[in-house]
Ligand binder design. Structure first.
Ligand code: SAM
Ligand code: F21
Length: 284
């Protein structure tokens, strides 16, 4: 690499590090309880409307986990935040589940749920009941599903998707890697730009064994969201083509993309999301 190219690379690296550091600063005000209220409680989280996003998301995850092409023991949720919906189907398929997040306040929120009912900021019962219905079980089986999830969560780990090795080496992940990764509304919400989003996809790919699957849910057209009162967090605005290109550029085989366009009533000022994507991909 000649001197000029080396200088340009060093400048790009410095700019990238500044962008990532700015994102870290934004997240210092993240409020798990507020975030849950903004996104996972009525009116935004509505199970009764046929066109609601929540049944759509849970349906995508249910189909992806149960359509017969997944196997193994270990599921890792990347950037769990304070939410659990993303592993309610996967916990029936995998015997070892790792939840992860960058912030201790979110890891604490997840630990509180693991302690038992009534300790966490959100009552996940409607989500558990809905996934039970998707599985052909009676809604009252939600207690069994909650017990199953509590039994398979092996640890709640710190993670940083901007590191080439996002998890600490002592994280007890199998040497070969996880059998499946799920990640929802994380990578685009923690990356300063599209290149960083794509790089983060590559970093988490290293957590996955060859042949393993990635299930990615994320925001389309979103440029910010409120992570708490007065906590405005920038988001990389993505379109479908960029999502597909980044998934492929970071070394995955794209299995399918599904897209949900938000009805007008869902725009409630806590973000400017216009749609949601669901990706199922595979590490060759
Ligand atoms: C929009 S929230 C998504 C939470 C949850 N997965 C959901 O579906 O709602 C983004 C999450 O990314 C986490 N995060 C922030 N910086 C991160 C980083 N560098 N690496 C991994 N996760 C990060 C935040 O703490 C937050 O929990
Ligand atoms: O499930 S959602 O699609 C959802 C859920 C979570 C988030 C967003 C959207 C958009 N902003 C993200 C910031 F990263 C977080 N949903 C949006 C419509 S109403 C119910 C919640």
């Amino acid at each position: 690499m000649d001197r000029e190219a080396k200088n340009e690379k060093e400048e790009n690296d410095r700019e990238r590090e500044k962008g990532v550091a700015a994102m870290v600063a934004c997240y210092q005000g993240f409020d798990p309880a507020a975030y849950l209220q903004y996104n996972y409680m009525p009116p935004r989280a509505d199970f009764d409307r046929q066109d609601s996003i929540v049944p759509w998301k849970l349906g995508c995850l249910h189909r992806a986990f149960t359509e017969g092409d997944m196997g193994g023991d270990v599921l890792v949720d990347v950037g769990s935040g304070p939410t659990l919906y993303q592993v309610l189907s996967g916990c029936e398929v995998f015997d070892t589940v790792f939840l992860t997040d960058f912030l201790e306040v979110n890891r604490q929120e997840l630990r509180r749920w693991l302690q038992g009912e009534g300790y966490s900021s959100l009552d996940w019962t409607p989500y558990l009941q809905h996934v039970c219905k998707l599985e052909g079980r009676r809604p009252s089986a939600w207690t069994e599903k909650a017990a199953r999830l509590r039994s398979v969560v092996s640890d709640i780990l710190p993670i940083d998707v901007h590191l080439p090795r996002p998890l600490h080496p002592d994280s007890q992940l199998p040497t070969a890697g996880a059998d499946c990764l799920v990640s929802c509304f994380c990578l685009e919400s923690v990356s300063p730009d599209l290149a960083s989003f794509t790089r983060a996809l590559g970093h988490i790919r290293g957590l996955l064994r060859p042949g393993g699957h990635l299930l990615l849910i994320g925001a389309l057209g979103e440029s910010y969201y409120m992570g708490g009162p007065g906590v405005r967090i920038p988001v990389v605005p993505l379109d479908e083509a960029q999502v597909c290109a980044s998934v492929r550029a970071s070394g995955y085989t794209l299995v399918r993309l599904e897209v949900y366009t938000l009805p007008q009533g869902m725009m409630v000022g806590v973000d400017d999301v216009t749609g949601v994507f669901f990706v199922k991909a595979r590490k060759p």
